[in-house]
Design a protein around this ligand. Structure first.
Ligand code: NAP
Length: 314
């Protein structure tokens, strides 16, 4: 990969969306380059047992699943750059992608940089991630069957997580920093109708307690300042996700939350620039839906390349 070389396809991101796009594109002879990022593999690298990805009847660890996807992409000739993207220039073709040490050019791009769950930022939260602290009820809820958990947040995500967990757990307690939920009313009503869901209002988590695993938490009532402790088995943080699109600002349309605006399945307004996965999806956010979109984006890129007259190829 030299500066003068023009790639057929560069994929930015190496979660399920980016790697599935790579597998399809490599098999379609596009010799894709994946800019994997320093924290390659996306959110599944933070997940332990994955029991809902089809094909793994015994379940699989998140990092192992990503390793298998990467090896599958490599098997068909995908090249990897293990650096972060610093900036892109989508104004002229070929598009330019600047990484930490390289400047790359490509006729097509698939943007698959995903989204990152927002965390509270507590030391105890960081220490106990994967040991009772999670940001994904669908991924980890099963481990809290018949147990007591809390969900932090008051938006749609928090209500969806609460609804999901209420079907598995003995009790779900929603901890919200105000006395009103932000979530849409239908979701609020759904959750409030559950017998095993309780709310603690005007409260924030001061500390998550436990050494090897979560055993409880310390709460602060923001109106009275009162500190209280409660025993708990799991903590689900649902205070929103942030799409990883900072490097795209000013280059293409982002919505007000920073997600890429998608047209016609995987297309953007810029010809040859496609999108896959959580970077454009705040609704489903599953590995399998991201992978499906990665497949579509690769097929769309391939079709696009077949229909244009290319500048000099590598
Ligand atoms: P959100 O709407 O931004 O809600 C985040 C929630 O977390 C808010 O209640 C907020 O409190 C709370 N929060 C934020 N930072 C916090 C902190 N540091 N400590 C404690 N609490 C904190 O995020 P979201 O629920 O993930 O939704 C994001 C977007 O996706 C929304 O547009 C939503 O409609 C959409 N979505 C839709 C669905 C659906 O089923 N249709 C499902 C999921 C998401 P405040 O209320 O006080 O700000």
């Amino acid at each position: 990969m030299s500066n003068s070389q023009i790639e057929k396809l560069i994929i930015i991101g190496s979660g399920p969306a980016g790697l599935t796009a790579a597998i399809y594109a490599a098999r379609g002879n596009l010799t894709p380059v994946v800019i994997a990022g320093r924290e390659a593999g996306g959110q599944l690298m933070l997940t332990t047992d994955v029991d809902d990805f089809p094909g793994f009847n015994e379940g699989i660890q998140g990092p192992e699943l990503m390793d298998k996807m990467r090896k599958q992409a490599e098997r068909f000739g995908t090249k990897f750059v293990n650096e972060d993207v610093i900036s892109v220039d989508l104004k002229d073709k070929p598009y330019t992608i600047k990484t930490e040490s390289l400047i790359l050019n490509s006729n097509t791009l698939i943007l698959a940089t995903g989204a990152s769950a927002m965390w509270l930022g507590l030391e105890s939260e960081k220490r106990l991630v994967g040991r009772g602290v999670s940001s994904c009820a669908v991924c980890d809820g099963f481990f809290f069957k018949d147990k007591n958990v809390i969900v932090v947040g008051g938006g749609d995500t928090a209500m969806r997580e609460t609804n999901y967990l209420s079907k598995l757990c003995q009790k779900v307690t929603v901890v919200h920093r105000r006395d009103q939920l932000r979530a849409q009313s239908a979701l609020q009503e759904l959750v409030k109708s559950k017998k095993n869901v309780e709310f603690i209002w005007n409260s924030v988590v001061e500390e998550i307690l436990g050494e090897e695993k979560v055993t409880g938490m310390k709460l602060k009532n923001v109106t009275t300042g009162q500190i209280s402790e409660m025993k708990i088995d799991g903590v689900f943080i649902a205070i929103g996700h942030k799409p990883n699109t900072d490097f795209l600002k000013g280059q293409l349309s982002l919505d007000k939350k920073g997600y890429i605006v998608v047209e016609n399945e995987t297309h953007t307004k810029i010809p040859g620039v496609f999108v896959a996965g959580d970077v454009a999806d705040y609704h489903y956010r599953q590995a399998v839906t991201a992978a499906g979109m990665g497949c579509k984006a690769a097929m769309d890129a391939e079709e696009y390349l077949e229909n244009i007259k290319l500048p000099t190829e590598n």
